[in-house]
Design a protein around this ligand. Sequence first.
Ligand code: FE2
Length: 280
Amino acid sequence: MLVIGFNWPNFHDNAVAAVLDGKLVYASEEERYTRHKHSPYELPSNALEHCFAFLKSNYGIKPDAVDAYATNFDPKFYGMKSRAWHSFSQISLLKDYSLRNEVATIAYSNVISAITRSITSRLDFTESAKLFIKSIILHMGFQISEDEIKIFPVRHHLAHAASAYYFSGSKTALALVVDGQGETDATTAWSVRNGEFENIYSQDWNSLSMGYLYEYISKYLGFTRLEGPGKVMGLAPYGKTDKKMENRLNSLIVRIIASYFVQLSVFGICAYWMLGRNGF
Ligand SMILES: [Fe+2]
């Protein structure tokens, strides 16, 4: 069985991986091709194109032999407003890709089709992923019927937990995911037995995100939001304990949490004032 995974919707660090009969055979990040660090809001088009070329030259496998595609966000865990936002931002990226890459003849029909499908599917943003795959395959000179493209969206934190579990070598495991934000999850815990994942804890990002807190602190240390957390995490074991710095960080954390609650309160008061009691 051949499964290809890729980011959808696209935020940062967009990439593609292929698993053939349970073995990871290909993985590539879009930033390697575009030279834009972390590939913010870029479709993983080059990474997917190279993935298809790799499968063809190494295994003689053509794109129509891919059994399934997996994406790293699942629309059913989003509210309608977020689904609308992601559906239309993906359509806009898809339109740019189609126009840039000599598939302009299908660009507008692609966009119209993506909009129609988004609406009829109640803003299921994976519908446009199908058109993205089709565009890449046509651009490479292969043929594909859309019915052959099967997409399976995966809850973001389940994808994180699975990537840790399957490389751990353990059959039974407790997986802890501490992230900035998934669909709504910020921190989750999973009990895993023989590949069966059970979600046993979920912390919503709106109430507390350890990942975002980590980003804030990295930013305070002088790094950018996407660049900082990985570098700070990597450098931390080489540091020495510094009482003065520890005190500064502790007071920073208190200030961040306090400003977070102040923002929430101000937003709440404004919303209450604008919408009135009946708005809640
Ligand atoms: Fe994540």
